[in-house]
Design a protein around this ligand. Structure first.
Ligand code: GTB
Length: 215
């Protein structure tokens, strides 16, 4: 039975692959799993039918038979645990890959998302220009050790894993100028974006955005 995921019918990013369904699409593509997509509007995602899938009325969700999941991290981990291609075979390697998933979501992503939110909600406030460099320092305090750990390696822990997938998805949300300060992280993101599975996932979400634009 094909899983069904949910995605924006009209993503605010216009198909840049920044909405969180992209993580799930990419994981499904890496695992070689065909899937269906249920597109939702900002209105329908707050209605009871969608809230039964996602308590906070958001995307992405994942349904397969009786199983209904929300939270992109949980969904990617579920796919990785049940299909080859996203976690190493050995127990210790699997544990480390999971640590990178959590690290992406709980250590790297929060200050990046905070910067976006501050831009949207506080950019007309008198303190905005003073606050921005403080958040940028917080982001750099995460990127500097991440860059040091990656060093000259292709991936964070040997072979490509769901940990890399999640880390790359989070790093793509950075301002391009900030990512460019870390050449090895820029190359890491570019390397991941060249993966055929990434490209299929990206094309699929972009096709939705283009269809929405065409009306
Ligand atoms: N922690 C949850 C997860 O990882 O799954 C967060 C889910 C989430 O934030 N979903 C967003 C959502 O449904 C879409 S991805 N928002 C609607 C709402 O809360 O009402 C966040 C997002 C949206 C748009 C862009 N963009 O346009 O660049 C980027 C990221």
């Amino acid at each position: 039975m094909k899983p069904i995921i949910t995605a924006f019918e009209n993503s605010p990013d216009g198909g840049q692959g920044l909405a969180r369904d992209m993580r799930v699409r990419w994981a499904l593509e890496e695992a070689g799993l065909p899937y269906d997509v249920r597109l939702v509007s900002f209105k329908t995602m707050k209605e009871p039918e969608h809230k039964a899938r996602h308590p906070f009325g958001q995307i992405p969700t994942y349904e397969q038979g009786d199983l209904v999941l929300f939270e992109s991290g949980a969904i990617v981990l579920h796919i990785a645990q049940h299909h080859p291609g996203l976690l190493p075979a050995d127990e210790a390697g699997r544990g480390r890959a999971m640590a990178w998933i959590f690290s992406a979501l709980s250590t790297i992503e929060p200050p990046i998302v905070e910067r976006e939110q501050v831009y949207f909600t506080e950019r007309d406030k008198p303190w905005y220009q003073a606050r921005l460099p403080l958040i940028d320092d917080q982001i750099r305090s995460r990127l500097t050790p991440l860059s040091a750990r990656l060093g000259t390696a292709d991936w964070l822990d040997g072979v490509f894993s769901a940990g890399d997938l999640m880390m790359v998805m989070v790093l793509r949300r950075l301002e391009p100028e900030m990512l460019a300060e870390y050449p090895n992280l820029s190359a890491y993101v570019a390397r991941a974006e060249h993966r055929p599975a990434y490209q299929r996932a990206f094309a699929a979400q972009k096709a939705v955005a283009e269809a929405a634009r065409a009306g």
